[in-house]
Design a protein around this ligand. Structure first.
Ligand code: G3H
Ligand code: 13P
Ligand code: ZN
Length: 309
């Protein structure tokens, strides 16, 4: 099956009260682990590539590995650019066969974000590619952050509706408390479900995206730490909160950090137990299996997109 758009995936996810997992890919083992998990769980899949991944692997290697995944499976897979920060990177991905791009103008003032996003949408739609925009600031939230501080960081629902109307984006990443990396909350985890609810009311049937949605499972943090190298202040988004968001307007949930933790914990364990090992397959293989197990868990227990082909 050729690469698919996320349009139909999101329509079904919205109606079905589940979300599609968007997993970051950087190399062959990560791609294989994710794709094998989706195959077992019969789940639609978004593979996403950041600017950093393109730099690490070279763009053509990643697109060819994703092509191999399409030959290896009948799954509906979308190939998505994660956090494109200018028109040129979006154009490059559209021209090289991506079916979805993100233009992340969230660091710009509203008008500049609108202008940049609308320009990408115009080019992408001409080429049959869908676009994710972003509005609001993803940042760690302190326990004692007050309402006006939250308003300054989090996405304003009225602005979100206006942003979608002005730009024509196909999906929107919003800030309601998640953030990137292994350290997300400085106290009790908190997601602003009231705000998500309001966005859903102002944008009916419109797919919302959650970035920074790793849960940073304690068991993996401890496993990484017990084999050397502590991960500072690790704390993620509780999985029940993500499950709840998936039953609301959230149709795409981005996960990268949890895959990094799973793979690294497994590789550290192999090398700690076999210090003389120097065949990369002996540690990258278990790393790939750890990715598969983590993605199967997310699909079944967090996203709810198993058996949705
Ligand atoms: O949100 C960012 C993703 O986790 C990708 O991270 O830019 O280090 O590839 P990266
Ligand atoms: P995490 O760092 O929580 O995995 O978020 C990944 C992400 O948002 C990729 O765009
Ligand atoms: Zn992100």
């Amino acid at each position: 099956m050729p690469l698919v758009s996320t349009k139909e995936m999101f329509e079904k996810a919205y109606a079905g009260g589940y979300a599609i997992g968007a997993f970051n890919v950087n190399d062959m083992e990560i791609i294989q682990g994710i794709v094998d998990a989706a195959k077992v769980e019969q789940a639609p899949l978004i593979l996403q590539v950041s600017a950093g991944a393109r730099k690490y692997a070279k763009p053509v290697y990643l697109t060819k590995l994703v092509e191999a995944a399409l030959i290896d499976t009948d799954l509906p897979i979308a190939l998505h650019l994660d956090h494109g920060d200018d028109f040129e990177i979006c154009k490059d991905c559209i021209d090289s066969g991506f079916t979805s791009v993100m233009i992340d103008g969230s660091k710009h003032p509203f008008e500049k974000n609108v202008e940049l996003t609308a320009r990408v949408v115009e080019y992408a739609h001409k080429h049959g590619v869908v676009v994710e925009g972003e509005l609001g600031r993803l940042a760690g939230v302190e326990d004692d952050v007050n309402v006006s501080e939250k308003d300054a960081l989090f996405t304003d629902p009225v602005e979100a509706a206006e942003f979608v109307r002005l730009t024509g984006v196909d999906s929107l990443a919003i800030a309601i408390g998640t953030s990137h990396g292994a350290y997300k909350f400085k106290g009790t985890p908190y997601l602003d479900f009231g705000r998500l609810q309001r966005v859903g009311e102002l944008l009916p049937n419109f797919p919302i995206v959650l970035h920074g949605a790793s849960s940073v499972p304690q068991a993996f943090v401890e496993k990484c730490n017990s084999f050397g190298g502590a991960i500072p202040g690790a704390q993620g988004v509780p999985e029940d909160m993500l499950r709840k968001a998936a039953t609301m307007a959230v149709c795409k949930i981005n996960i990268d950090t949890d895959l990094r933790l799973a793979m690294t914990a497994s590789i550290r364990e192999v090398l700690a137990n076999n210090p003389a090992e120097f065949d990369p397959r002996k540690y990258l293989g278990p790393g790939r299996e750890a990715i598969q197990a983590m993605v199967q868990h997310k699909i079944k227990n967090v996203l709810g997109c198993n058996n949705k082909i």
